[in-house]
Ligand binder design. Structure first.
Ligand code: ASP
Length: 580
């Protein structure tokens, strides 16, 4: 080894020791006859001292070391006179007796320190330098810890880590596939898996019984901050189980991760039906760190001469505690907020329940104080609170109110990043109708089983059939989802036909699965967690990119290696592909 210690471990107790350290020159400063260098490695920073009085030529050598030079030093651990108690090595420094330059470095394009001056693009282009920063490295370490602890937990429960192929045939999970041309089978393509869904089900048919994999998945979708074209799932499947077993097992996983990685228990993990999630939060992933539940006000507010409410499919109110003092300007901001095209409300009605007991609304013309008091009673508003009301088409209004609720939650400081609230959302609809495609789509994926008691509705009222599907939501983020699967060939065929596949299509795309179901498929079900998302949530960040060593940007580019890129004509020819 080129070193005796790392840059993060020497303490006062090591005083007097002769040590050898290796690392990068983070910073160098001259002070009188002394030069100080912060030497950095993965483990921390150790201060080096060079004294012109005791060794002038060594000090001169030290002054020539530039930022990010890689050096090896030999020296003695000494107590520091001005201590830095913010870092673990802050009480000592190394009085250097020898420097060896291991490699010089050109000036980095941004400063490699906690607070960098590098913009996003620059840092991504030089991600290997960005990763030297402790804040970024900490995220990668957190990711590692979560992965290890996931494996520990699942291994103890007899789950087998089985790898599934990456070059496969398209799996319909609702997104676009990435495809890879096959040279050996000209004009044929592999698809990259959107998830190992069908493989893990085949593993159940194979009797593997409990499977997991921390696995790359690929979806060719338009990107947002929390999406990457390639992302990682903790993918799991179990046989001979019911929904309750899955919920218990994976509640256990999340609880374990919180306990060992974050050092606290996340507490109760309540369950909510999809229908209630939509009714009370307007979202299938409610943030339950705070209340502000929806109240449907239709019965109270309709038929009082206010046409907007009378014509509305639904009128929803929320109570923002302690916000009665909101100024005109603040209320205008909220109105602007809900009217933004992404949110799409036509306007916002408010009622201030003033601390003197009076009620003041934006619709005083139609509702007197006694009427407004009914609104307050229904929404649970007290003196000092603000009631916000939206009205319109049911689904649109619920969605808009969800946005407003989250905005108010943020404004009121109710979405504390250090507080974690987990929730299961259950009983999703099996199918959703696409007006555009004029057909039904599987809300989760086509292998999800319906709730047995709803199955009879499949032809009469497909939209009313609930799925045996579940999502885990933490702080309003969907971190995982899964379902109990169909394991019967006839029912799977029925599902494909409801989804508009002809028998031939179903057989050509999924014949392998339908066949497998004829050879003794056990009842099974599973779940997959978005691993990157889980990491970002644990790390208290909005973006999953911070937790991926080499992420892609918003246009799906890796700006460091410059991919995607064109390929040689020769390669295209081999593949039998011509570009226009
Ligand atoms: N394959 C599903 C997904 O990626 C998860 C599951 O049903 O287990 O969403």
């Amino acid at each position: 080894m080129l070193r005796t210690h790392t840059c993060g471990e020497l303490k006062l107790a090591d005083q007097g020791k002769e040590v050898i350290l290796c690392g990068w020159v983070q910073r160098s400063r001259d002070l009188g006859g002394m030069t100080f260098i912060d030497l950095r490695d993965r483990y921390g920073i150790t201060q080096l001292v060079f004294n012109a009085d005791s060794d002038p030529s060594l000090r001169e050598d030290a002054r020539k070391l530039g930022r990010e030079f890689v050096i090896q030093i030999t020296g003695k651990v000494a107590e520091r006179s001005s201590k830095n108690l913010k870092i673990p090595t802050g009480e000592i420094e190394i009085i250097v007796s020898k420097i060896k330059l291991l490699n010089a470095a050109v000036t980095p394009p941004f400063t490699i320190e906690e607070q960098t001056d590098g913009g996003d693009d620059l840092r991504m282009k030089y991600r290997y330098l960005d990763l030297r920063r402790s804040s970024v490295r900490n995220n990668i370490e957190l990711r590692h810890r979560i992965a290890i602890e996931t494996r520990n937990y699942l291994d103890k429960l007899n789950f087998l880590d089985v790898e599934t192929p990456v070059l496969i045939k398209s799996t319909p999970e609702g997104a676009r596939d990435f495809v890879v041309p096959s040279r050996m089978n000209q004009h044929q393509f592999y698809a990259l898996p959107q998830s190992p869904q069908t493989f893990k089900q085949l593993l159940m048919v194979a009797g593997i019984d409990r499977y997991y994999q921390i696995v790359k998945c690929f979806r060719d979708e338009d990107l947002r901050a929390d999406r990457q074209p390639e992302f990682t799932q903790i993918d799991c499947e179990m046989s001979f189980i019911e929904q309750e077993d899955i919920l218990k097992t994976f509640e256990g996983l999340i609880r374990h991760l919180f306990n060992v990685v974050k050092g606290f228990d996340p507490g109760e993990m309540p369950r909510m039906s999809y229908a209630d999630a939509m009714k009370y939060y307007g979202s299938d992933k409610p943030d339950i760190r705070f209340g502000m539940k929806f109240t449907e006000l239709d019965d109270i507010v309709k038929n009082k001469g206010f046409k907007v409410f009378d014509d509305a499919g639904i009128v929803i109110g929320i109570c923002a505690e302690g916000c009665a003092e909101y100024t005109r300007k603040q209320l205008d901001e909220l109105t602007e907020f809900v009217k933004r095209p992404q949110i799409g409300a036509n306007g916002l009605v408010y009622v201030k329940y003033n601390s003197d007991g009076t009620l003041k609304s934006s619709v005083d013309k139609f509702y007197d104080a006694a009427e407004l008091k009914k609104w307050a009673d229904a929404t649970g508003a007290k003196e000092g609170d603000l009631i916000l009301v939206l009205a319109g088409e049911k689904n649109k209004t619920r969605k808009a109110m969800n946005e407003l609720r989250l905005e108010m939650g943020t404004r009121c400081g109710l979405r504390d990043k250090s507080v974690y609230k987990c929730l299961w959302v259950l009983d999703f609809p099996l199918l959703e109708y696409s007006e555009e495609a004029k057909r039904w789509f599987a809300m989760h994926h086509p292998f999800t089983s319906p709730l047995p008691e709803d199955f009879e509705l499949i032809d009469k009222d497909p939209g009313a059939v609930r799925a045996n599907a579940y999502d885990m939501v933490i702080n309003g983020v969907e971190v995982g989802g899964g379902s109990i699967r169909i394991h019967d060939k006839g029912m799977q065929q029925k599902m494909f036909s409801v989804l508009g596949f002809s028998n031939e299509e179903a057989n050509s795309q999924f014949g392998f699965l339908l066949n497998a179901f004829e050879y003794g498929a056990p009842p099974h079900g599973g779940i997959a967690f978005g691993f990157d998302r889980l990491c970002s949530l644990f790390g208290g960040s909005e973006s999953i990119r911070d937790f991926i060593a080499f992420p892609k940007n918003n246009s799906g580019r890796d700006v460091m290696i410059d991919a995607p890129s064109e390929i040689h004509d020769e390669q295209l020819k081999e593949l039998g592909i011509g570009l226009k």
